[in-house]
Design a protein around this ligand. Sequence first.
Ligand code: ZN
Length: 509
Amino acid sequence: MKKAYLTTPIYYSSGKPHLGHAYTTILADVVAKYKKAIGYDIFFTTGMDEHGQKIFDVAKKLKKNVKEMLDDNAKIFQNLWKKLGINYNFFTRTTSQDHKKTVQKIFSQLYKKKYIYKGVWTSYYCPNCEENYTETQAIKKKGKLFCKLGHELVFKNEPSFFLKTSQFQKWIEKYFHDHNSFIYPSFRAKELINNFLNEGLKDLSISRKTLCWGVPIKEDNNHVIYVWFDALLNYLTNLGYGTKKNQNFTKYWNDGRSEIIHFMSKEISRFHCIYWPIMLKMLNLRLPNKIIIHGWIINNNEKMSKSKGNVIDPWQYINRFGSDALRYFLVKESNFENDFNFTDKFFWDVYNHDLANNYGNVLTRIAGMIKKYCHNVVPSLTKKKLDNDDKEILIVRKEILKKYKNLINNYKIKELLDEIQKSYLLLNKYIDETKPWVLFKDGKLDKLFNFLNIIFNFNCDLIILLSPILQQTTKKISQILNLVLDFKLLNKDHAKLKINSCPPIFNRK
Ligand SMILES: [Zn+2]
């Protein structure tokens, strides 16, 4: 059996989830569900990144106990995932004992191997992003230095532990060069080379002295481990790496046949594409197969941020349109090359056009005709009476069934949705042009039954193909149509199936 390990990043627990968190998580969940549907054994994880100065500061500002704040935030994220139908196999929390113990173990191991050493940290540092900048990487404005998100940088000069990343510069460059499909889309690799590798990879400071909220370093208890070093290791600790319960690690990581895929937004690609592979190389572990990076959701042409007050709350759309509509919208508009501009109107248009006017409308029309002309029983096909317009529909059906696996395997879910959408437009047209009400009136029942059989069967395939995205709706439809939502049942003839009356599925808004 094919298998895959899929991950979202772990989200920083300093506040509530926004639409960007939902975007990454839905994309990863949808790919996980499609892969499962075509026969993969899947291990899917998400979770919370719970260390770092910023978390400590936020809790202090809110006058909350840090642990209580983290527990509250983890629950808020989990509630959202539940509502959005995200099915993870494991939910990481980096403050858990198991995670912390393994992180300490790995730190000690790399210290012994001399991949970690003690030195002095001088750097321009963004306390907000917890990221280092050199003077040339920083953005200069009025004599001050800023990170790429616009936070002011502070100059650091203090003792620190370092990871010998500089030693692996040539290796990572060669890896990018030899593995074209490692980073998707591949132009991100060129960006990383230009922005971070060309001027020379420096050793990475991986400890903090001034801070108290982190994993303590056993080798020197005045220091805690830098949050990024700690957070990236979740991808191993999720699977029980470094503990006695490491069956999942053996199965989903160590076995070269398992596909490992990380999903994320572009601002964290530097750590995942450069430092994470180097850490794995130091640990003598295999690398992920693919790092999938998407652009940002922007709101009125600006990146969402708390300080700008333009953060979109996913609940706002879930409450008005339902979880399925939000899942559908974010996959349909997903963009790996560019950012995409989210507007309220855009959401309404996609909802009304795709979901209400096409999917919902075609289904209600078909079910209504089968009720009216065939007493709710799907008629059989009389092959010798097929006309050209019927044959044309069968060809389109065959084409999409030939294509879908390839699209899933290449992470082109958006393209699959485009194919499905085109099919629905065609089915609406097929109804309008065949005029089944005239066929019925004229007593041309052979032609009418052929038409109903063809359109019903095709629609069932489309419903099954949509089921990993429109989870709740297709489940409801499956009960109405007595249809089993299983990809093995694609391309089936549902003749003689008894269906129930179908109420409107997506109401126009
Ligand atoms: Zn910053």
